[in-house]
Design a protein around this ligand. Structure first.
Ligand code: FMN
Length: 210
């Protein structure tokens, strides 16, 4: 797949996950290894961990917490997303127990300090999360980030998974093969509306003479 196609068509997949097809552990490991090549802030290079969950009983326990957080979040903030995204989120909540694999990206420690420190902390996990989503897509799998449970149920989730108190769950991914390969670029604001040049608010692109 062309790299720009990969970058522009890797969507959050919820309704088109194949819930009946298992994900081969070796294939997932290949994707995780690839994603490890993502950038980290230097001080945090040793802090990152993946936690892979495939055990059915554990997934059922997680589903309970995610659903509780998700229903609350959708009731409070559902009006802020498109009806399509909300319907997709609701579908996800309905099938949580059947998701083939969950992967949780964790960081040792708790974010604190100023913006630079917090940015370095979370920013050392998200490039790897996105790289994992791309690596999966390149192999016919799809994923979506789930953050619903992190508001009120992070510690309950930690208890189920044996995650120590000083480890932060940054993002959970629901993963499976996709039932289609037809994914398209999503609507986004025009570049000219969100890009400034040399000064905040200046939308006119400077002419560069060669
Ligand atoms: C930090 C972050 C948290 C997210 N949390 C959730 C979530 O809890 N549930 C969910 O269904 N999608 C979640 N998503 C996925 C977004 O809903 C998704 O990216 C958005 O609908 C745009 O769709 P697209 O990724 O296909 O462009 C999250 C994405 C990010 C980056």
């Amino acid at each position: 797949m062309n790299i720009d196609t990969l970058l522009t068509t890797t969507r959050s997949v919820r309704r088109k996950l194949d819930l009946d097809r298992p994900v081969e552990p070796e294939l997932l490991a290949e994707c995780l290894r690839t994603a490890q090549q993502a950038p980290f802030a230097g001080a945090f290079v040793e802090s990152f961990r993946w936690l892979v969950v495939t055990d059915q009983e554990t997934k059922e326990q997680l589903a309970h917490l995610i659903r509780a957080g998700g229903e609350k979040s959708q009731a409070e903030y559902g009006h802020l997303v498109s009806p399509r995204t909300l319907a997709s989120g609701r579908h996800l909540l309905a099938v949580l127990e059947r998701i083939p694999v969950y992967v949780i990206a964790c960081m040792h420690g708790r974010p604190g300090g100023d913006n630079a420190t917090q940015t370095a902390f979370y920013g050392s996990a998200y490039p790897a999360v996105w790289s994992l989503q791309l690596a999966l897509r390149a192999r016919g799998l799809g994923s979506t980030i789930i953050g619903y449970h992190l508001g009120e149920h992070e510690s309950d989730t930690a208890r189920i998974l044996g995650i120590p108190d000083d480890v932060t769950q940054v993002a959970m991914l629901a993963i499976g093969y996709t039932t289609t390969d037809k994914f398209h670029p999503a609507p986004r604001p025009p570049l000219a509306e969100i890009t400034y040049y040399n000064r905040w608010g200046a939308t006119e692109q400077p002419v560069v003479s060669s």
